[in-house]
Ligand binder design. Sequence first.
Ligand SMILES: *[C@@H]1O[C@H](CO)[C@@H](O)[C@H](O)[C@H]1NC(C)=O
Ligand SMILES: *[C@@H]1O[C@H](CO)[C@@H](O)[C@H](O)[C@H]1NC(C)=O
Ligand SMILES: *[C@@H]1O[C@H](CO)[C@@H](O)[C@H](O)[C@H]1NC(C)=O
Ligand SMILES: *[C@@H]1O[C@H](CO)[C@@H](O)[C@H](O)[C@H]1NC(C)=O
Length: 243
Amino acid sequence: MKLLLLSLLLAESLLCTAFLVATKPSSRIINCDDPEAHEAALEALHYINAHHHHGYKHALNRVENVNILSETANGEIMLMELDLLETKCPWVSPTPVESCPVRPIIEQAVEGDCKVKLQKQNGSFTVLGVRCKSEPDSAENIHKVCTTCPLLALLNNTQVTHAVDQALLHFNRDNSTVFYRLHEIGRAQIQGAPENRVSVEFIIAASNCSIEEANSALDSCVVLTGDGAGQGQISHKATYATA
Ligand SMILES: *[C@@H]1O[C@H](CO)[C@@H](O)[C@H](O)[C@H]1NC(C)=O
Ligand SMILES: *[C@@H]1O[C@H](CO)[C@@H](O)[C@H](O)[C@H]1NC(C)=O
Ligand SMILES: *[C@@H]1O[C@H](CO)[C@@H](O)[C@H](O)[C@H]1NC(C)=O
Ligand SMILES: *[C@@H]1O[C@H](CO)[C@@H](O)[C@H](O)[C@H]1NC(C)=O
């Protein structure tokens, strides 16, 4: 079933043009590379990023399909299929996605495939619904360009959680004012012999404690929430030897 869906998507992306939906003839046709399709895709992208509360922001790779259904009392309904790339900006980052660098292949980027339903009314688009599935790039693709590059590790792997604990310990030791807690592990790669190292990316969040308070009563330190809490969230990267 999954294979079937994949090959269907593939077939569609090869014939990347708008087509009429048999039951609801459209009044007009637009193509995947039309400025209008691009505008709608960006609206959808911002919606997807705003509702994606883990990992990293996605950037638009391309529009794979677009259909306009017949006009309704509430304007036109548009169906699109988007191909998305993973960026290096964590979802909490204030950096606009347009300025976020895209992940290189060797980092095994997580790609997204989204089906989006939009409404176009008075010249502006509103997202009505989104269905996305995401998947890391295949090992074959990575090993084609880099035979020794490590693949993504599970975020609950003990080598990964240990590296994150160590990195957070160092971060807190070197930053004497606010005590930070782990918010989320974003991604990790474990490199075997001879390098023997683990690379982690994670997000930490400011707590309501100073380092001294944390040393005396760690359990009562809670992550700041509400207005301004976002500024207390920092993305951090570290690499540790495993051997
Ligand atoms: C769309 O434009 C028309 C005419 O300018 C206006 O009457 C209508 O309220 C607008 N609809 C929306 C949803 O903004
Ligand atoms: C780690 O995560 C994977 C996938 O999310 C899950 O299948 C596995 O049971 C988890 N292992 C542990 C020890 O929690
Ligand atoms: C201390 O915290 C700041 C941000 O609050 C960060 O930029 C800096 O890298 C931290 N220093 C260390 C050694 O982790
Ligand atoms: C942090 O917040 C918790 C929960 O509100 C509270 O119990 C604790 O005393 C606070 N710690 C400090 C140092 O303000």
